[in-house]
Design a protein around this ligand. Structure first.
Ligand SMILES: CC(C)C[C@H](N)C(=O)O
Length: 418
């Protein structure tokens, strides 16, 4: 039975790889890694194809330029190179690749939103959307929706690329992303103390207990307190190796030093409250707004989110038949917590029971400043997990981050429209 399932997976992966090759004229390393999870990959490729090559108001070369801009926020030369190539294939003006002074003002106007979405999406408000949609060189709302989806998609892709240590394509010269990742003796990178990792056996016991025990029904106030305590603790998880931006990246962004700031330590703390998912969430709000402004994009993304949230093989390392939902849920919600997004139906004390410090630190680095990740960080967490499971965690990370960015951006678009 197991072998049959494996066979089926392999066949499916092969079919999806053929599609990917036809779409991109190559089978890139990123797609190969996602191939561990063919059901997800299939949907991922469909959305990406739709965003980059499907119906939509933006000219094709614009779309690739926006992908480049988005990747530049995390210095992700892997994605930058891929889309520089595509940009030229779509008859983009090679001068655009020389620097911001060569691009239309309309695209330059997007730099600010790109920056905020990538690093501190909670700062986005109605005024940013008002500004972009007004006057000369303005963006129509559906153009803007497409640009927002592209930016969020590619920011999140940067997390995946670094989080899994995707290697540069063979035909891409230049410094490899992997170089930094493979510096195992990187004394600069901090491993967050030497706390031992929580063993899978222990994790399973904790998950079992959580599943059995539903007596914990905290008040609203208590829920918020637990959320804030997790948020505050995350401030202590720092990653100290900060790579300096490279020239090939600097030409695609402004204010390159701007980066993630802990939500708990945000500027304007009084005017920016915790984002309550009960007031604005993807299912009830984001989804329909996205679909309204750019048909089908909401549904496409919805499929991806659902697969990423529900994907399970009921395994954990070598153990089989495990209900891993509590663990997966803790990961998803922790990522949103880093962006100040609180889900009222989740008990945040589960985060510390299920995610140890190394794992939280890894999740924070990959979500917030993936360019700082080192091979050591990658190796020091989830040590008993299979490689495909680490990729699985990264898929959730990609999607949760994407959704977080979209929630803030779409809420601002909605405020602009009302
Ligand atoms: C991230 C992993 C621990 C997920 C697990 N392998 C599952 O099938 O649910």
């Amino acid at each position: 039975m197991m072998i049959q399932l494996q066979d089926f997976q392999n066949k499916k992966t092969q079919m999806v790889f053929i599609d990917a090759f036809l779409q991109n004229n190559r089978l890139d390393h990123l797609t190969q890694l996602m191939g561990y999870h063919p059901t997800y990959l299939e949907n991922f490729l469909r959305t990406q194809q739709y965003l980059l090559r499907g119906d939509g108001p933006l000219p094709f070369h614009y779309r690739h330029y926006i992908a480049i801009m988005a990747a530049s926020r995390h210095q992700c030369t892997y994605l930058i190179h891929l889309h520089e190539e595509e940009f030229i294939l779509q008859n983009g003006d090679p001068d655009w690749l020389k620097g911001p002074s060569h691009i239309p003002k309309k695209i330059r106007n997007l730099f600010e939103l790109n920056k905020l979405m990538a690093h501190r999406p909670w700062l986005i408000n109605k005024s940013h959307i008002d500004k972009l949609t007004r006057g000369k060189d303005n963006w129509s709302l559906s153009e803007l929706m497409q640009a927002i989806c592209l930016m969020a998609h590619f920011h999140a892709m940067c997390s995946f690329v670094y989080g899994c240590g995707v290697r540069n394509e063979l035909d891409h010269n230049g410094e490899s992303l992997h170089r930094r990742l493979s510096m195992s003796d990187d004394s600069d990178s901090d491993t967050q103390g030497n706390e031992p990792e929580v063993k899978i056996e222990v994790l399973m016991e904790r998950m079992k207990k959580l599943n059995e025990d539903d007596s914990d029904d905290p008040t609203e106030e208590e829920r918020l307190k637990r959320f804030e305590s997790i948020e505050n603790q995350s401030v202590e998880l720092i990653s100290s190796s900060i790579p300096s931006p490279r020239v090939e990246v600097l030409k695609y962004c402004e204010d390159p030093e701007f980066c993630y700031q802990d939500f708990a330590k945000r500027d304007n703390i009084d005017s920016i409250p915790t984002f309550r998912a009960q007031d604005y969430n993807w299912e009830e709000h984001g989804f329909s707004l996205a679909n309204r402004l750019l048909s089908d994009i909401g549904s496409n993304l919805e499929d991806r989110f659902n697969i990423a949230i529900n994907l399970t093989y009921y395994t954990m390392g070598k153990v089989k038949n495990v209900d891993t939902s509590a663990f997966r849920c803790a990961i998803w919600n922790y990522i949103h917590c880093l962006y100040g997004i609180m889900h009222d139906d989740f008990n945040y004390s589960q985060v510390n029971q299920l995610l140890d410090r190394n794992l939280k630190s890894y999740i924070k680095t990959v979500t917030c400043y993936p360019e700082r990740l080192t091979k050591k960080d990658y190796d020091s967490c989830m040590q008993e997990f299979r490689h495909s499971e680490k990729v699985h965690v990264n898929l959730m990370l990609l999607e949760a981050r994407l959704q977080g960015e979209l929630l803030y951006s779409l809420r601002a678009v909605m405020q602009h429209m009302t």
